[in-house]
Design a protein around this ligand. Structure first.
Ligand code: PLP
Length: 238
């Protein structure tokens, strides 16, 4: 099977899965966007996906994303930065990304605001919420440990909302690897509602990956971040 056929088949299966989950959650599939996370896979895959109607691309490392964005500059893509972000990478990320899903601390907000201003762009930012702290003593996936603690979420959301060149889009989270994703995403939905009550633009809930997207859809996710279900297994650590 060609890589094109393989990606087309997996993308069709994924879209099917999303539709079924929406039906069972009594939601309109049009409310649920899929961001295809292409980390560790080449720009040629992004090109094939773009030809199949994929516009939203997610990456988690600037060193990898920046050159891919250059390679794909002729395509009409929206780049989503979903990984841990160092302040010294903000300027680079602001040049290609439209959305940063992973704003997890106050000091990152100023760096992103200055970076967006000098790139002459407005960046949509989501507050990454930690879903790890109700799981005492359980082994966690590294990604779930990332994110702001509950008492920091509003602080960060307010800072984003006040920033000149940022727009507060909502919240994002990664469910703990081992725990029940239902409980984690239910909690995220509560946090999302609190933020939205304060900031009416904050309507995005970025949640759900290849393994847990049904639970995320059930709890109101508006943006799924899907990698391996479409692109295949990544090398360990990728
Ligand atoms: C890699 C990654 C994903 C996609 O994960 P899959 O399990 O491959 O679907 C989603 N979100 C973040 C933050 C990631 O780093």
């Amino acid at each position: 099977m060609s890589r094109r056929d393989e990606l087309a088949a997996r993308l069709a299966a994924l879209r099917d899965r999303v539709e079924r989950a929406c039906r069972s959650a009594e939601r309109d599939p049009a409310e649920v966007a899929v961001v295809v996370v292409t980390k560790t896979f080449p720009a040629s895959d992004i090109r094939l996906l773009a030809a199949m109607g994929v516009h939203d691309i997610g990456e988690n490392r600037d060193q990898e994303a920046a050159p891919k964005a250059v390679e794909c500059a002729d395509l009409e893509l929206t780049w989503h930065f979903v990984g841990q972000l160092q302040r010294n990478k903000a300027a680079s990320v602001a040049r290609y990304a439209s959305v940063v899903h992973s704003v997890d601390r106050p000091r990152l907000v100023g760096a992103l605001d200055r970076a967006a201003a000098s790139a002459g762009r407005v960046l949509r930012c989501l507050v990454q919420v930690s879903l790890a702290d109700d799981e005492p003593g359980r082994p966690l996936g590294g990604a779930a440990r990332a994110g702001a603690a509950a008492d920091q979420v509003i602080v960060i959301a307010d800072l984003i909302a006040e920033a000149q060149s940022l727009q507060l889009g909502g919240v994002m989270a990664v469910a703990p690897l081992v725990a029940d994703p239902d409980a984690a995403f239910a909690r995220l939905a509560d946090v999302a509602a609190t933020v939205r009550n304060r900031h009416s633009t904050a309507i995005w809930i970025s949640a759900g990956m290849s393994a847990d997207l049904e639970a995320a859809i059930h709890h109101g996710a508006t943006h799924l971040r899907v990698g391996s279900a479409i692109l295949g297994t990544r090398p360990p650590g990728g």
